[in-house]
Design a protein around this ligand. Structure first.
Ligand code: ATP
Length: 84
């Protein structure tokens, strides 16, 4: 069964390819993998609440990985960031 397993890079590739595929929460380890451990060389921008990194997938796709930096963010602020 595939449904309840932890999402992998190929699941993320599917989500990016087909917007009808239901989005799944990705494990932190996957985001670390594709951003080279949130390395400084991969930083592409920062805002008031987050640092954004270039994420590279095995199939060559490039995605923005947004890492929220304010741990005291309230639920409303968090939801607003998700709506970007
Ligand atoms: N999808 C993306 N692709 C490329 N660069 C991005 C993407 N999202 C964000 N960035 C870059 O990262 C920066 C920070 O983004 P972020 O969304 O955290 O802040 P913001 O919306 O610019 O500002 P604020 O945090 O004040 O709302 C952006 O200014 C942009 O340079």
């Amino acid at each position: 069964m595939h449904r309840h397993t932890t999402p992998t890079q190929s699941d993320l590739e599917c989500m990016l390819r087909d917007e009808k595929v239901e989005p799944k929460a990705l494990p932190l380890s996957l985001l670390e993998d594709i951003s080279n451990g949130f390395s400084d060389e991969r930083e592409i921008g920062r805002g008031g609440y987050a640092v954004v990194y270039k994420g590279m997938l095995e199939n060559g796709a490039i995605v923005a990985v947004k890492r929220l930096s304010n741990t005291h963010m309230c639920e409303k602020e968090f939801q607003r960031e998700l709506n970007v």
